[in-house]
Design a protein around this ligand. Sequence first.
Ligand SMILES: NC(=O)c1ccc[n+]([C@@H]2O[C@H](COP(=O)([O-])OP(=O)(O)OC[C@H]3O[C@@H](n4cnc5c(N)ncnc54)[C@H](OP(=O)(O)O)[C@@H]3O)[C@@H](O)[C@H]2O)c1
Length: 256
Amino acid sequence: MTSTTTGIFDITGKRALVTGASRGIGRAIAIALAEAGAHVVAAARTEKALKETAALAADAPGQIDILATDLRTPESAEAAIHCAAETLGGLDILVNNAADDHDSSIEETDLKVYQRVMDLNLQSCWVMTKAASPYLKDGGGKVINIASVLGLVGMLDDSVYIAAKHGLIGLTKAVALEWARAGVQVNAIAPGFVDTAMIGNLKENEALQAYVKKKTPMGRAAQPEEYAGPTVFLASSASDFMTGQVLVVDGGYSTQ
Ligand SMILES: NC(=O)c1ccc[n+]([C@@H]2O[C@H](COP(=O)([O-])OP(=O)(O)OC[C@H]3O[C@@H](n4cnc5c(N)ncnc54)[C@H](OP(=O)(O)O)[C@@H]3O)[C@@H](O)[C@H]2O)c1
């Protein structure tokens, strides 16, 4: 363990896979890890947007390679782990970030939607964590699951997403225990409202802005870059004695 306060956040040479890194929070996390020195594979479906993510980290001490893949099928989720490990020469950090949302009441949600959201938001995280096991255990790794405050509390008309995010926090705790003695830490981050495509166009939607302001004690949505610090912390030796935890970064949303 490094003893200087700057050194403990240094992840130079660490090998990381970040899913959903073509925009939003995943893009901000991939860039932050590269800026902290990591070699990152950024995965998502849209190759052009992934190239933009990599270009944004062109001057970073680390670097970003890209992997265009759809993580909804278990085969492609598992293949993504092996492909990233081949590119990186191993894997130290897995950030399960890719997710989808579908806002509707349970009566208005059909099983196809349930399956589509679950396949990405929970199944892919389980499959990728399992496939990453031999790489992460080879030298002490970190899993960081991007959950949500909706993994801690409920909200109207979002039952599948909420079930998946509660499941992801459960997965975090379960695997943290299984791998604690192997030196692999498994933690989650729970964002509140974040200004990304997932919640819609915040800048041009006054009703949404008012809703976010009313619901969030800090009176605003987060910017994706506000998840850089928490993720680097969980990826670095600064968090070596922390596992199975949920780091809530929500502007006070869940304290109400
Ligand atoms: N925004 C919020 O208010 C908020 C709040 C709480 C938690 N979160 C969580 O934060 C994480 C990031 O969300 P975000 O707000 O940044 O969302 P976003 O802007 O919609 O980004 C989602 C990312 O996932 C990728 N993705 C979607 N479907 C995929 C698939 N089938 N295979 C591979 N990649 C796929 C997207 O890229 P492609 O389309 O190129 O595949 C994109 O890079 C999610 O886990 C979300 O649940 C967000």
